[in-house]
Write a protein that binds this ligand. Structure first.
Ligand code: BTN
Length: 245
């Protein structure tokens, strides 16, 4: 179960990197082992970005799962289940939580959480997956470099006990992981779409040819974003190929 074993660190380069190294040096790591730290000195985000967080104010965690039941070409269901777990957790405190494709979590057009999933493949299956999650909990001042951040504290004017939020988060993540383990894909797919940021709403996007207006019509099995532009052309994009404006 996610969170049954917890490794608590004061400071580390990145919790994802820590688990990666642990996997190489230790044979038996329990599935669901969580690494949590107060501070990362080299926190990593998607697209080679860095993840910034004031020490001791936020949840910075990674955990390991062994989703051998998933084929590599179906790995996006793990992103969906993880995003939904965080969605469930945050919805316990906030309204208007949204999942921004592929797996950011937004509140009122602002980013409250980032997720970095690193899968290792063995043949056609996923042998292990390191899931890193950064959720802004008690931070109220952010560097100007971060585009549009928010936190639970900024949204609710309350301060949260990090230990309690960790317990609540692990439970929600575990429920969603169990769902995909038992192949309950329909519920996960439907909920992901129901809570998707900008779903079916015309907005601006940028691809290699420039800016265009389109609406999200869905996500395909391999996790590509399906858009329909204002001239009714359907387009599909992998992560990195398109940007939300
Ligand atoms: C993103 O939105 O770009 C993803 C950010 C993921 C940040 C978390 S914080 C805990 C874990 N360790 C890392 O180095 N990154 C993830």
């Amino acid at each position: 179960m996610i969170g049954n074993t917890i490794i608590n660190l004061e400071t580390v380069d990145s919790t994802n990197l820590y688990l990666n190294k642990l996997l190489k040096t230790r044979k038996n790591i329990d599935e669901g082992t969580v690494v949590i730290t107060k501070q990362q000195v080299a926190g990593r985000g998607q697209l080679n970005n860095i993840w910034e967080s004031n020490p001791g104010e936020n949840l910075l965690i990674s955990y390991i799962v062994f989703p051998f039941f998933l084929k590599a070409d179906h790995q996006f269901i793990l992103s969906k289940a993880t995003a939904l777990g965080v969605f469930d957790f945050l919805s316990g405190y906030l309204e208007k939580v949204k999942i921004k494709w592929p797996n950011d979590i937004y509140v009122n057009d602002k980013k409250i959480c980032g997720i970095l999933i690193e899968n290792s493949l063995r043949g056609a299956s996923i042998s292990n997956s390191i899931i890193g999650i950064g959720i802004n909990i008690n931070q109220s001042n952010f560097s100007k470099k971060i585009p549009n951040p928010t936190s639970l504290k900024l949204e609710t004017q309350r301060t949260f006990d990090l230990q309690k939020t960790l317990t609540a988060l692990c439970e929600k993540l575990d429920n969603r992981y169990e769902q995909i383990k038992s192949a309950e894909y329909e519920d996960v797919n439907n909920l992901y779409i129901n809570h998707l940021y900008r779903y079916n709403i015309f907005s601006n996007y940028r691809d290699k040819s420039g800016i265009f207006s389109a609406k999200i019509t869905g996500i395909d099995e391999s996790g590509r974003l399906c858009l329909c532009d204002s001239s009714n052309n359907f387009r599909k994009y992998a992560f990195k190929e398109v940007e939300f404006i």
